[in-house]
Ligand binder design. Sequence first.
Ligand SMILES: N[C@@H](CCC(=O)N[C@@H](CS)C(=O)NCC(=O)O)C(=O)O
Length: 211
Amino acid sequence: MIFHASALSSYSAKVRVVLCVKGLDFEERAPAQGYRSPEYRAVVPMGTLPAIQIGDWVLSESEVINEYLEERYPAPAMLPQDPEQRARVRFLCRFHDLHLEPKVRALFGQVKPAHRNPETVLALRTDIEARLGQLAGWAQPQPFLLTPSISLADCGFLVTVPLAAAVLAACGQSLMLPTVLAHWLSVASAHPPVDRALAPWRAATQAWLSS
Ligand SMILES: N[C@@H](CCC(=O)N[C@@H](CS)C(=O)NCC(=O)O)C(=O)O
């Protein structure tokens, strides 16, 4: 399996967590000419990262990829058996992609002091903290967000929550993380496959923010 990804890409990191938790063999490839290049689009028509490729078969969209990996490689299970629990896991995945990650991404343009608008940073911080407050209300860490072993619900937040803290810090603001989420984050990030999956993303993010 070819994993089209880049070290700095949050959505790539979200899928890399599943690949590592499931112990799958994959060859990670960053688009040589960038993800906007015609060369990359010739292989991955969506032109986004991540994508997976098996022979001529190509799949984009991180959540669809994670669901495919879960169905194709069911062990260890990353969705609960119970339909209501599965739906809750899927709800948190969707909540991450639609309501938290875009607010964190909106901070990227504020990192350079010359381009920073303190009011914009503060407004985004307020939105992010409100979303994390909602997440804290729904989470039932056991110790993962909703389950005793890692589920698909954890993957995006394991990237986006520390990213929000790091980008806000680079913008001169701190993030108030609800205690329940701070505890979940320290336990879940230390899970060995998660730690392995996130190592390239952590290094690239640190290099970006300190550059
Ligand atoms: N909804 C997509 C979002 C992926 C995404 O935005 N990836 C970024 C890199 S983290 C990207 O490829 N951006 C390029 C673009 O959107 O043109 C997913 O879940 O895979």
